[in-house]
Design a protein around this ligand. Structure first.
Ligand code: HDE
Length: 685
């Protein structure tokens, strides 16, 4: 029972409160005799201030909350490990990137705008922050699931965030950008245009945290043991592929399961299906950077992989759920300034601002400069210095001298030029000024590159995204300004959005600061151009009635297992049921509690004798209709034909509606691996 947590600094341990004899005690260790009744004068008399047991309990409760993160408040953390590949030493001396090195990591995924209790599937950027507990100290790679950002200079960050957060007078809208103040801000900041293309695309509504890419966004440096610097951009690529929801699905999932992403991650890890990402860098020299037609210090630009391909440097596996959400996920403190020898910063003005902001925010959020002593933040290598005291000091530093250098104690710890971090000695000079470099002035060319790189469905969704969001923006002048920007990106895009809004010909005229370049598409920017055909990590929903055919059920289970997918049974009632052969099964859901939006593809296996009743249920009709209009593959048995006819009369001849004959799931699985039936979409939306 005695649980202890290592601090990682010399094996010191801390006991948790629940210990040896399981007796409930106060925080001072006093056994409690009665935890149900407050101390009163007589059974019906007044309560006594003297009741320290009650006061301690309530006071602690009153202080249970800490300020939520000002951005990225809603997040989900998971433990795992990182394994370095061979061959990184020519790029970096970082110890955790050398061959045969495995490093523990903690990874926190998040939305940006919503508060801590907001739904997981809001349209938003996703944070992708990884803390590597290396032997040279903690390294934090604090990235996003999109490779660019809204603004070029950190000084604009508070304005960006104030514009997207609920309005200060009315405190809504929550967890969304579909409102006047956000579009007002971005339409007055053309540098946002490239990022807006990403945020209006399917990237902003990921299917799963396990199916998202991650990016370091800024240009960083890697330094090898000869002191040579190479510029790098970081990329995380998920083994399962990059997949997204459809907007209507995301909206409905928000209601059906606001915890959709965290539940998905928890369940996968709990089932031993550990998500994995490969970490790569785009590595390039300063001379190469000079030759690009954009500035690598500008965080609104990405480097097309056609220009600099990815070099894989390692992989991350997430394999352990947290034991306590608050202690770990809530208290974890990421700072881009947590760096190790072998990695360094660039002059990207957004990154430079972040190097200040994160430490500052942790001080206010966690309340003490000793936040590094909280177990989730403590390095797993020895650490020692002469910083002392402060709120919640957990250590008991010994010795008389708390300064460096000293000759009173044994003189240690001391600085060490051999192994210590040194900043790359880049040559910097210039006048002190507040000015944006001219090389940051092209705000439209890469937005156009993104647009051109999309497949047809992806383009349709971007148009839909802009139309939805601008449709919620009541100020017509803001819409017109945005249409003007979209015109500068691509006329066809602008016209489609204008048409959807009923505002053809109303775009403002906005002159780009520099001419828009004729850019080529870049294939890796599309999620679907080369999406893997797989069911791995996906979820199949099997709709049954009062019982289910044993052969169908067993074969479906087997097919799902073979594909690495999860199959969940949705029945009419929540209680236990039996298959036709009398096998006991416990449905995972009952119909009204699990709409088809929760699954990637569906199987319909009702019993003939239940059909009349099923066809009278709106929930069953909606279930199938939604699956169809969310472009899902639908497999069905003979009895389900009537249900399909009733819910989607347009399903006839649809390639994704597959009859499962003799419990053979081959055709269903083959189709379902395509993820969605895109050709169905134009006739539906
Ligand atoms: Fe952050 N950001 N950010 N950000 N950010 C925070 O730090 C900030 C930016 C990112 O799971 C805050 O601990 C500024 C870019 C992630 O705990 C805060 C600027 C990128 C997380 C902060 C940026 C990010 C944060 C709030 C503009 C992608 C969540 C709570 C200069 C490369 C980390 C906190 C977690 C969190 C400031 C822009 C990623 C206030 C000033 C660009 C993933 O410090």
């Amino acid at each position: 029972m005695s649980k202890s947590q290592s601090h990682g600094n010399g094996g010191e341990t801390h006991q948790t409160t629940s210990d040896a004899d399981k007796t409930l005690t106060t925080n001072q260790g006093l056994p409690i005799s009665d935890d149900q009744n407050t101390l009163t004068v007589g059974p019906r008399g007044p309560q006594l201030l003297e009741d320290f047991v009650m006061r301690e309990k309530i006071t602690h409760f009153d202080h249970e909350r800490i300020p939520e993160r000002v951005v990225h408040a809603r997040g989900y953390g998971v433990h795992g490990y990182f394994e370095a590949y061979d061959g990184n030493s020519k790029l970096t001396e970082a110890a955790f990137l050398q061959p045969n090195t495995t490093t523990p990591v903690f990874c926190r995924f998040s939305t940006v705008a919503g508060s801590k209790g907001s739904p997981d599937t809001a349209r938003d950027v996703r944070g992708f922050a990884v803390k590597f507990y290396t032997q040279q100290g903690n390294y934090d790679l604090v990235g996003n699931n999109m490779p660019v950002f809204f603004i070029q200079d950190a000084i604009k960050f508070p304005d960006l965030i104030h514009s997207v957060k609920p309005a200060p007078d009315r405190d809504f809208p929550q967890a969304q950008s579909a409102h006047d103040s956000f579009w007002d801000f971005v339409s007055l900041n053309p540098e946002s245009m490239h990022m807006l293309m990403w945020v209006m695309s399917d990237r902003a509504i990921p299917r799963s945290l396990r199916m998202m890419e991650g990016f370091g966004v800024h240009t960083f440096r890697m330094i090898n043991d000869a002191g040579e610097s190479t510029f790098v951009k970081f990329h995380w690529r998920p083994k399962l592929g990059t997949f997204s929801l459809i907007w209507d699905e995301a909206v409905k999932v928000s209601g059906a399961d606001p915890d959709f992403h965290r539940r998905d991650m928890w369940n996968a890890i709990d089932a031993g299906d550990f998500p994995e990402w490969e970490l790569s860098v785009q590595a390039f020299s300063e001379e190469e950077a000079e030759a690009f037609d954009f500035d690598v210090l500008d965080p609104t630009k990405l480097i097309p992989e056609e220009l600099v391909p990815l070099t894989p440097i390692g992989k991350m596996v997430l394999n352990d759920n947290v034991k306590n959400f608050f202690a770990e996920t809530e208290q974890v403190a990421f700072c881009p300034s947590h760096i190790v020898p072998g990695i360094d910063f660039s002059n990207d003005p957004l990154l430079q601002g972040r190097l200040f902001s994160y430490l500052d925010t942790q001080l206010s959020r966690l309340g003490s400069p000793n936040f590094h002593q909280i177990p989730i933040n403590a390095p797993k290598c020895p650490f020692a210095n002469f910083q002392r005291d402060g709120h919640m000091q957990m250590e008991v530093p010994t010795g008389r001298a708390a300064y460096e250098a000293n000759s009173l104690d044994d003189g240690s710890p001391r600085e060490n030029p051999e192994i210590g971090f040194t900043s790359h000695a880049s040559a910097e000079s210039g006048k002190k000024l507040r000015i944006r470099p001219e090389s940051f002035a092209d705000h439209y060319s890469q937005a156009l590159m993104f647009w051109k790189s999309m497949t047809e469905p992806e383009q349709r969704h971007i148009v839909g995204g802009f139309a939805f969001e601008l449709g919620k923006c009541k100020e017509l002048n803001i819409r017109k300004r945005m249409l003007g920007h979209l015109h500068n990106v691509d006329k066809d895009l602008a016209n489609q959005v204008a048409q959807a809004l009923g505002m053809e010909g109303e775009a403002d005229k906005i002159s780009p600061a520099v001419p828009v370049r004729d850019v080529k598409p870049s294939k890796p920017l599309s999620q679907y151009a080369s999406a893997p055909e797989t069911l791995q990590g996906k979820k199949i929903g099997l709709l049954v009635t009062n019982t289910v055919d044993d052969d169908f059920y067993s074969a479906a289970m087997e097919a799902a297992k073979e594909e690495g997918a999860m199959l969940e049974v949705i029945a009419l009632k929540a209680g236990p049921m039996q298959t036709t052969d009398g096998k006991d099964i416990q449905p995972d859901h009952f119909l009204a509690g699990a709409p088809s939006v929760l699954f990637d593809c569906v199987l319909l296996a009702p019993m003939e004798e239940d059909m009349e009743m099923l066809l009278s249920q709106a929930a069953a009709i909606d279930w199938v209709r939604d699956a169809f209009s969310h472009l899902k593959v639908i497999g069905y048995n003979e009895a389900a034909e009537a249900l399909i006819e009733r819910s989607c009369s347009d399903a006839k001849d649809d390639p994704g509606v597959v009859f499962v004959e003799d419990c053979d799931f081959t055709s269903f699985v083959k189709k379902a691996k395509q993820h969605r039936i895109w050709q169905r979409e134009p006739s539906l939306r």
